[in-house]
Design a protein around this ligand. Structure first.
Ligand SMILES: Nc1ncnc2c1ncn2[C@@H]1O[C@H](COP(=O)(O)OP(=O)(O)OC[C@H]2O[C@@H]([n+]3cccc(C(=O)O)c3)[C@H](O)[C@@H]2O)[C@@H](O)[C@H]1O
Ligand SMILES: Nc1ncnc2c1ncn2[C@@H]1O[C@H](COP(=O)(O)OP(=O)(O)OP(=O)(O)O)[C@@H](O)[C@H]1O
Ligand SMILES: NC(=O)CC[C@H](N)C(=O)O
Length: 677
C-alpha cells in the first residue's frame, strides 16, 4: 500500500478507458468474448470505467438482421455472460446492444458494474439520412423516462433520464448518450451536464469518410469545453460490415476542450485508450464560471433525472502511475509553434496596452529604469514597439540606468548596450549618494560603514530609483513604465509604494518570469529591433536573476530566497487558476518535475536549467509560496497600477482576476501541506 498522496484518486482524478474491440458481424458470442477481454485489460490498468462502441455486442451495420429473433436472443445471452464476467472485474462497463422493450427495439447503452446492471439508456436521435437507416429498426428513447427494463434477469432503470452517481467519489456523475445524440444542436448530455454530470459517454458507430475524424474531434472536444466536462467517445472499428461503409475505430478522451488521449485509427488490433480525468478541475471550473450554474437555472426542469447511486470503490492498493501529461511550465507550452504563437500574442497584448494608454493620455514619452535584467529589458522592448506603432521617435523612450551599491559592471554595460542598440534616449544617474544620504538621515548602521544589509538598506535603493523615475516623468511629461512581473507580484518580491511596486502603467504585471525569458528570446529573432540587439539580449538572458541590492563578493541570488521561479510559477498557476489545494499542486508538480529526462522542455531552456525537483524540495518551496502569497503580500497587489492581462492563468489585478483580502492567514493552506509525505 503506497502513501495516499501518490494515488491519483486522492487528488480527484479517475482513470477512464475507451475500448475499440475487433468485432464480427452479427456474432454476439464472439463480440462479448472480445468485450470481456478488453474490460479485463482495462481493469488491469486501473480504469474505473470502460466505454465500448454503439451496438458493439451485435455489431452496428447489420441492417435488417436487427429484426431476427436468433440475433436478438444471442445479444440477450451475451449480456448475461458479460454480467457474470463482470463479477470479477472492477471497472464499470458500458456496452452497446439492441434490446427489446414493450414490443419495440431500442439502440441501447447498458451500464454494468460488478454483477449489477445499473442502467439501460436508449438512443434519442436516430439518424435516417444518407447512409443511415436507424428509424427502420429502432424506436427513439426521447420520451422514455421513469421506466424499468428486464435484462439479464435483472430489473434496471430504463430511459434517457438516468445519471450514474458515485457515492464514494466526489463529483463523479456519469451520463450516457449514443452517437448521433452529439450531432444535434442540443445533445442530451448538455442538460445532463447542467444537472451535474461530469463524465459524458458516447457509444458510437461512425463510418469513416475523409475529413470526418477532424469533425468528430472538434465536436467532442468543443462539447467537453462547453459542458465543462469529460467527453469519452468510442466508435466502431475493425470487423464491422463493409457492405457500403468503412470503419476507423476512433476513440477520444476529451476534457474541457483538450484531447487527453486518442487511439490510432484504422488499427487491425483492438485498442484500449486510457487517460486520467481531473474531476476536481471540472468541479473547480463549474464553481468559478457562474454562467454554467445560471444556464442550469434557465434550463431547469427540462429533465427530471433519476440519479442511480453506485460505489466506485476506486482503490490505490497498487501503484497506478499517472496517465496524464503535466507540463513543467503552465505558462510556457513545450511545443515550439504554440510557444511562438503565444509570444506573438503576449507581446502584442503588452505593447497594445501601452500604446492605448499613451494615446488616451496624449503623453508621448515613457520613462524606464533599465537595469540590464530581464524585466526592464522586456518593458523596454514593449515601450519601443509602442512608440514605433504610434509613429513617435524611439528617443521618446527615456531609459535610465541607475547604479547604486551593488550594481555590477556587466549588468550596467548590458543596460547601456541595450539602450544604444534600440535607439532610445539613454542616461545614467548614480543613486549611491542619494541612498547614502537617506541611510544617514534615518540613522541606518550602513551609513556608518557597518555591513548591515537589511530590508531597509535594500528598499532605500529601490525607493531612490522609483522616486527619481517619477520626478523624471514629471519633468519630461512622461509615463513611468512598470517592470515588475507576475511572479514577483505573487511572491510580494517588490518594494511597496515608493519602490518598484509602483508605476504609472505596468506592462509586465501579468507576465510570469518563466515566460519573460521566452518573450525576450522571441524578440531577439525579430528584425525590427536590429541585429545589434540580438547579442545583448542573449547576454541578458544568460545573466542570473539578482536584485543587485547587497554589495559583496557573492552575487545575490533571488531564487535562493523566493525559490526557483519554475516551481513558483507552477504553484501560482494552479493556486489561482483552479484554486487547487497545496497537496494537489505538489502532486502535479512532482509528476511534472521529478525526472529531468522525462517529457519535453520548451525550446530555449538551457541544459543547465533542465533540472529535476524531488518531493521534499517541491514541498519546501510550495510552503514558501503559500506563506508569501496567501499571507504576506496581498496588500501590495491591492494597490497595483494598471496593466494588461496576458494569459488565462495570469492576472493578479485586484480589479480583475484576483480579489483577495490583505489580512488573510495561510493556515488552511499550510495544513494541506501536511498531507504531503
Ligand atoms: N497587510 C499589510 N498592509 C499594509 N502594509 C503592510 C502590510 N504588511 C506589511 N505592511 C508594511 O509593508 C512593509 C513591507 O513592505 P515593503 O516595504 O515593500 O518591504 P518588504 O516586502 O519587507 O521587502 C521588499 C523585498 O522585496 C525585495 N525586492 C525589492 C525590490 C525589487 C526586487 C526584485 O528583485 O525585483 C526585490 C527586497 O529585496 C526585499 O526583500 C512592512 O514593513 C509594513 O510596513
Ligand atoms: N541599476 C538599475 N538601473 C536602473 N533601474 C534599475 C536598476 N536596478 C533596478 N532598477 C529598476 O527597478 C526594477 C526592479 O529591479 P530589480 O533589479 O530589483 O529586479 P527585477 O525585477 O529582476 O528587474 P530586472 O529584471 O529588470 O532587473 C527594474 O526592473 C528596474 O526598472
Ligand atoms: N451511429 C450514428 O448515430 C452515426 C451518425 C453520425 N452522424 C455519424 O455520421 O457518425
Amino acid at each position: 500500500m503506497t502513501h495516499p498522496f501518490y494515488c491519483l484518486h486522492t487528488h480527484g482524478f479517475i482513470r477512464v478507458a475507451v475500448a475499440t474491440p475487433n468485432v464480427r458481424v452479427a456474432d454476439p458470442a464472439f463480440n462479448v468474448a472480445r468485450t470481456i477481454e478488453l474490460a479485463r485489460q482495462a481493469d488491469h490498468h486501473g480504469a474505473s470505467l470502460t466505454l465500448f462502441p454503439e451496438l458493439g455486442l451485435s455489431s452496428y451495420a447489420i441492417d435488417d438482421l436487427l429484426q431476427q429473433e436468433a440475433l436478438l436472443n444471442a445479444v440477450d445471452a451475451a449480456i448475461v455472460e458479460l454480467v457474470e464476467a463482470s463479477c470479477s472485474i472492477h471497472t464499470l462497463i458500458v456496452v452497446g446492444a439492441p434490446l427489446r422493450h414493450r414490443g419495440r427495439l431500442y439502440n441501447c447503452a447498458v451500464a454494468i458494474l460488478r454483477g449489477r446492471v445499473l442502467t439501460v439508456t436508449p438512443k434519442v436521435y436516430l439518424p435516417n439520412y444518407r447512409e443511415f437507416y436507424e428509424q427502420r429498426h429502432f424506436a427513439s428513447g426521447a420520451f422514455i423516462s421513469g421506466e424499468d427494463i428486464k435484462v439479464a434477469g435483472q430489473t434496471a432503470p430504463f430511459g434517457s433520464d438516468t445519471l450514474l452517481e458515485a457515492t464514494d467519489f466526489p463529483g463523479l456523475v456519469i451520463h450516457t448518450e449514443i452517437c448521433e445524440d452529439v450531432w444535434v444542436p442540443i445533445p442530451p448530455s448538455s442538460r445532463a451536464a447542467l444537472a451535474g454530470a461530469t463524465v459524458l459517454l458516447n457509444l458510437s458507430a461512425s463510418n469513416a469518410i475523409v475529413g470526418k475524424s477532424d469533425y468528430r474531434e472538434m465536436l467532442c472536444s468543443a462539447h467537453s469545453a462547453r459542458c465543462l466536462a469529460a467527453y469519452l467517445y468510442s466508435a466502431a472499428g475493425q470487423g464491422e460490415s463493409t457492405t457500403d461503409l468503412a470503419w476507423d475505430g476512433e476513440a477520444l478522451i476529451c476534457e474541457r476542450g483538450e484531447v487527453l488521449a486518442k487511439a490510432p485509427r484504422f488499427s487491425d488490433e483492438p485498442q484500449l485508450t486510457l487517460a486520467d480525468v481531473d474531476i476536481g478541475r471540472l468541479l473547480a471550473e463549474r464553481l468559478r464560471q457562474g454562467t454554467f450554474g445560471a444556464c442550469a437555472d434557465v434550463e431547469q426542469g427540462a429533465t427530471n433525472y433519476r440519479r442511480i447511486a453506485f460505489e466506485l470503490a476506486a482503490s490505490c492498493d497498487r501503484d497506478l502511475g499517472f496517465l496524464r501529461e503535466v507540463g513543467r511550465f503552465p505558462f510556457v507550452p513545450a511545443d515550439e509553434t504554440r510557444l511562438a504563437e503565444l509570444c506573438f500574442e503576449a507581446f502584442n497584448i503588452q505593447s497594445h496596452g501601452l500604446e492605448q494608454r499613451l494615446r488616451a493620455t496624449k503623453i508621448k514619452k515613457a520613462v524606464i529604469g533599465v537595469s540590464g535584467g530581464l524585466d526592464s529589458t522586456q518593458a523596454l522592448l514593449v515601450a519601443v514597439t509602442a512608440m514605433d506603432a504610434l509613429g513617435l521617435p524611439r528617443e521618446n523612450v527615456l531609459g535610465f540606468t541607475l547604479p547604486a551599491f551593488a550594481t555590477s559592471e556587466s549588468t550596467k554595460a548590458n543596460a547601456w548596450r541595450l539602450m544604444r542598440a534600440l535607439g532610445v534616449t539613454a542616461q545614467e544617474i548614480d543613486v549611491t549618494a542619494a541612498c547614502k544620504q537617506m541611510l544617514a538621515d534615518i540613522d541606518h548602521p550602513a551609513a556608518r560603514g557597518e555591513a548591515v544589509y537589511d530590508t531597509t538598506y535594500e528598499n532605500v535603493q529601490a525607493g531612490a530609483r522609483t522616486s527619481l523615475l517619477f520626478r523624471l516623468a514629471n519633468r519630461h511629461g512622461a509615463l513611468v513604465i512598470g517592470t515588475g512581473d507576475l511572479s514577483e507580484l505573487a511572491l510580494g518580491w517588490s518594494t511597496y509604494g515608493v519602490g518598484d511596486q509602483m508605476s504609472h502603467y505596468n506592462v509586465n504585471a501579468s507576465v510570469p518570469k518563466t515566460l519573460i525569458q521566452h518573450l525576450i528570446r522571441w524578440c531577439a529573432r525579430d528584425a525590427r529591433f536590429g541585429a545589434e540587439t540580438v547579442g545583448v539580449l542573449d547576454d541578458i538572458l544568460a545573466t542570473e536573476i539578482s536584485p543587485e541590492l547587497v554589495p559583496g563578493e557573492a552575487r545575490q541570488r533571488t531564487e535562493e530566497t523566493v525559490g526557483p521561479y519554475a516551481l513558483q510559477d507552477f504553484n501560482l498557476y494552479y493556486a489561482t487558476r483552479y484554486g487547487f489545494a497545496p497537496a494537489k499542486i505538489a502532486f502535479l508538480a512532482w509528476r511534472a518535475w521529478r525526472h529531468e529526462a522525462a517529457g519535453s522542455w520548451p525550446v530555449g531552456v538551457g541544459e543547465e536549467d533542465k533540472v529535476a525537483y524531488d518531493l521534499s524540495t517541491i514541498k519546501h518551496w510550495l510552503g514558501v509560496f503559500v506563506k508569501r502569497f496567501f499571507e504576506g503580500s496581498q496588500f501590495k497587489r491591492s494597490a497595483l497600477p494598471n496593466g494588461p492581462k496576458v494569459s488565462s492563468g495570469g492576472s493578479l489585478s485586484p480589479r480583475g482576476d484576483w480579489r483577495a483580502p490583505s489580512d488573510s492567514v495561510a493556515d488552511a493552506w499550510l495544513s494541506s501541506l501536511e498531507d504531503i509525505p
